[in-house]
Design a protein around this ligand. Structure first.
Ligand SMILES: [Zn+2]
Length: 375
């Protein structure tokens, strides 16, 4: 907990925690341990700890103090310590032993006092398209928000992304869309950043294609679910915690998005590189499992029926299944998609900071809703 020093740090920090928790609890804004927020004061960046969930911001001490000047110097000079930022933690200000977020240098590279970074499904649904930048500019233009906007091409999160952000960041830029990743909004106070974030999200919003049908389904016994459940018996798969996930397998347009290849980093980290797809029959599933063996994918689409998840899928994986359902429902069937290249996937999966984040991930959330995954 930071000390109060006359500046309204304590009050701003309280506001940041409330906002962070609200963003973390809305799966359309961010999911699981994804997304991070920060506050700068007196040369210190208070940033979310790696592997913690924004939804817990009011219940736990999830912010880590980091010295800004030496971190920025490390970023500028190519010092590898900028990646984890652990060497710049101001340990005397906090008892936490957690590591700062893997996106700490992103926050440091932006000069404004408050930085909010979220994996907003409205942003992602546009930012994963080859024509995403043009579409996003159009939307922001219509809302009068382009003046302070920058678009950053996809870079692996961490130092490569921070370097790109440092090139566009400045006092006049406070909305940054990260291709194949998410949204960054900055402001000089929590209230200013929060208001800006809601304006941007509203401008980028696309109504989900099949929400009304899902609402009906959620209210009672769902056709297909009993069949899906029977199909999963005796296999390493189970039904997902969240019934809205089934829309991924039921709508052809959503299926296309899911099978295009991973489109944003946290999907790769928590659901792997490939999504499986089988016809809705015992024989087809048996043949699929025989061929896949131990490498059966975490997420499996059963044609027309719904989705199954591996029994090893954690609460974070469940939250990312929900994210895919939300993103896929917002992408038209003819939209040109930009899945990760093999090189981009390799860079993500061979990165020590992500292995650390995975190691903090929770045990499987069998039969329960993932924390923070309130639809
Ligand atoms: Zn991110």
């Amino acid at each position: 907990m930071p000390p109060s020093d006359g500046f309204d740090l304590a009050s701003e920090f309280g506001a940041l925690k409330r906002l962070s928790a609200a963003l973390g609890r809305d799966r359309r804004r961010t999911q699981a341990a994804g997304g991070n927020t920060s506050l700068k004061h007196n040369g210190i960046l208070w940033v979310k700890a790696s592997g913690t969930w924004l939804s817990e911001a009011e219940d736990k001490d999830i912010f880590v103090p980091v010295r800004i000047a030496p971190l920025l110097e490390a970023l500028r000079s190519g010092d590898p310590r900028a990646e984890k930022a652990t060497d710049f933690v101001a340990a005397e200000l906090s008892g936490t032993t957690l590591r700062p977020s893997i996106e700490t240098s992103v926050h440091a590279a932006i000069p404004q006092a408050v930085v909010l970074h979220i994996h907003c499904v409205e942003t992602i649904a546009l930012a994963v398209r080859t024509d995403g930048e043009a579409r996003i500019r159009e939307r922001l233009q219509a809302a009068g928000l382009t003046e302070r906007f920058a678009h950053v091409p996809y870079c692996r999160p961490g130092v490569p992304l921070s370097r790109e952000i440092a090139r566009v960041a400045g006092p006049m830029i406070d909305v940054i869309v990260l291709e194949n990743h998410g949204l960054v909004v900055a402001g000089e106070s929590v209230a200013e950043a929060a208001e800006r974030l809601e304006a941007v999200v509203a401008a980028l919003a696309t109504p989900p294609r099949d929400a009304p049908e899902d609402a009906q389904r959620g209210s009672g016994a769902e056709p297909g679910l009993a069949e899906l459940s029977t199909l999963a018996e005796g296999t390493p798969y189970r039904l997902p915690a969240d019934a809205t996930a089934h829309r991924i397998a039921r709508a052809p347009a959503a299926r296309r998005v899911a099978l295009a290849g991973p489109l944003y980093p946290d999907h790769v980290i928590f659901l792997g590189e490939a999504v499986g797809h089988v016809e809705a029959s015992r024989a087809a599933l048996g043949a699929f499992l025989a061929e896949a063996g131990a490498s059966a994918p975490p997420l499996l689409l059963v044609d027309g029926l719904g989705v199954l998840v591996r029994d090893t899928v954690t609460a974070s994986g469940e939250a990312l299944v929900g994210c895919l359902a939300d993103v896929a429902a917002r992408i038209p069937e003819d939209a040109p998609l930009k899945p990760f290249t093999a090189a981009e996937l390799h860079a993500l999966t061979h990165w020590e900071a992500e292995s650390y984040r995975q190691s903090l991930d929770r045990p499987p959330a069998v039969g329960s809703g993932a924390p923070g995954a309130t639809p």
